[in-house]
Design a protein around this ligand. Structure first.
Ligand SMILES: Cc1cc2nc3c(=O)[nH]c(=O)nc-3n(C[C@H](O)[C@H](O)[C@H](O)COP(=O)(O)OP(=O)(O)OC[C@H]3O[C@@H](n4cnc5c(N)ncnc54)[C@H](O)[C@@H]3O)c2cc1C
Length: 456
């Protein structure tokens, strides 16, 4: 039970990535912090859902971890991915760097990062309560209603200030949805996903280049793979539920092998447990959730996936949730304990950015599954890198703004990216840059286009 010193007790729903990080920020501000988590303490099982699941952590996430001094430690255990490695249907590879000067995103273990944050939170005095699923939040009475995961025993607890970091199907958001003028939308992609594994080779090595994010772009679908510290790769097949080809057509091991032989033949020798994993693993869906407002009076606030769940194609869900927590903490520094004003400032500041990254993530699915295999697209990327090299303060590629530039808001990145796209269309029409890539003509065209750059 929280100790009762008025206005000093913070309650967090969900000890996931965002809730655990937020708890440390709040604890360091001098509050008593209690987190209630639906699941048992997975640290005791030593594994996170039994499988090796990784996430791409990039500069926005690192900026938030830096605030609690955890960035270097996580960087050391993560695996840097400097670019995309595209696999075509014949198994031929094309590499494209993500940024310049070794800029990288990092493959980190979801469980490892979550455990580390929970350990640090506990070490600093945050109280974690497991196996308690919140079924309802009585917003008017400021009371939480829980059910114990094993005993099914019900219990209710009062709260002073509540943070809902309980993920895409948030209990706090569900209760807020019953209030007047609460806006909510969810839309599912026609695709689901399947996680598969490329284990380490018999010699104990990575079976593919470890410092890259691997992509098998196949038009309407794709597979990706991120490296793990045990030298395996976690692969994710993003594939339509219905149509042809789709999950609905793969019902037997023979169907599966025929599909893989057609589209992902180079992976078959690297996936000894393909059939077992494919039929054993679930096929989760992919949803974008938007909501508003994120606050209820000055007593409750949504953050992370609970307020804005996005599809994973920009690798920014966790990063944006971490950024939520950091922006909140920065606003706290300016506004202090005027909670109504603080919550208002937070939601007004973050909503446009959450909407922007939701749109960017959807658009990046098309880019990853389709465009990265396209010669025109690759040429555009090469030219953009050249412009950025020549005019680093004017022209920043969209991917760099989103992934490596925490100082640029997502909403600004989206707007500038659209603007730059228009200029790139003009530039591409000014010459045959396949043939003239190294010619002075491209330099002149770049100068001419950059002279037009007037983004407000
Ligand atoms: C396939 C896939 C790949 C992804 N890859 C990336 C990536 O590469 N990079 C990236 O930045 N993001 C990625 N994401 C997104 C990322 O996983 C989420 O954005 C991130 O986990 C959100 O963190 P969160 O703490 O808000 O929510 P969650 O991680 O979902 O945590 C919510 C916590 O609340 C608990 N909880 C839920 N309901 C209740 C309840 N009623 N009562 C009590 N506790 C409750 C849950 O058990 C959980 O511990 C990916 C997502 C998917 C699906």
């Amino acid at each position: 039970m929280p100790v009762s010193s008025p206005n000093k007790n913070m309650t967090i729903l969900g000890a996931g990535l965002v809730g655990s990080l937020l708890s440390i920020y709040l604890k360091r501000r001098g509050y008593n912090v209690d987190i209630y988590e639906r699941r048992p303490d997975l640290r005791q099982a030593g594994a996170y859902g039994g499988r090796s699941i990784n996430l791409a952590l990039s500069d926005r996430g690192f900026a938030s971890l830096k605030r609690i001094g955890l960035d270097d430690e996580i960087r050391k255990v993560g695996i840097p991915m400097h670019g995309r490695m595209m696999h075509d249907v014949k198994g031929q590879l094309t590499y494209q760097a993500y940024g310049k000067d070794g800029q990288s995103i990092y493959s980190v273990s979801r469980g490892g990062l979550n455990f580390k944050l929970m350990d640090l939170a506990e070490a600093e005095g945050v109280r974690l309560h497991f196996n308690l699923r919140c079924n309802e939040v009585d917003l008017a009475e400021q009371t939480l209603h829980f059910e114990h995961g094993d005993t099914r025993q019900k219990m209710s607890l009062p709260y002073e200030r509540l943070f809902g970091t309980d993920g895409a199907f948030s209990a706090l958001r569900a209760s807020m949805m019953k209030t007047d003028r609460f806006e909510y939308s969810q839309d599912y992609l026609p695709h689901g996903y399947k996680e598969l594994t490329i284990p380490a080779t018999p010699e104990g090595e990575f079976a593919m280049e470890p410092n890259a994010l691997h992509i098998w772009p196949r038009g309407h679908f794709m597979m990706i793979a991120l490296p793990n510290p045990d030298k395996s790769f976690t692969c994710t097949l993003f594939f339509p539920y219905e149509g042809s080809p789709s999950f609905s057509e793969i019902n037997t091991p023979a169907d599966l092998m025929a599909f893989f032989e057609t589209y992902f033949a180079d992976t078959i020798p690297m996936m000894p447990a393909l059939v077992e994993e494919y039929f054993a693993n679930p096929t989760p869906s992919l949803v974008t959730i938007r909501s508003f407002p994120w606050k209820y009076s000055d007593s409750a606030l949504l953050m992370g996936d609970a307020s804005h769940a996005i599809v994973p194609f920009y690798g920014q869900g966790m990063n944006s949730g971490f950024e939520d927590a950091r922006v909140f903490d920065e606003l706290f520094e300016q506004i202090g304990e005027d909670w109504e004003q603080l919550f208002s400032a937070f939601q007004l500041s973050r909503k446009p950015d959450a909407d922007a990254i939701a749109d960017l993530a959807k658009a990046n699915f098309v880019e990853m599954r389709d465009k990265v295999a396209d010669a025109d697209f690759l040429l555009r990327k090469k030219i953009e890198a050249k412009i950025n090299e020549k005019y680093p303060n004017v022209w920043i590629p969209l991917y760099t703004m989103v992934t490596f530039s925490p100082g640029i808001r997502y909403s600004e990145a989206l707007a500038r990216g659209k603007y730059q796209d228009g200029l790139m269309d003009q530039l591409m029409a000014m010459g045959n840059w396949y043939e003239q890539f190294d010619s002075p003509a491209l330099d002149l065209a770049i100068d001419e286009i950059v002279a037009k750059y007037h983004f407000q």
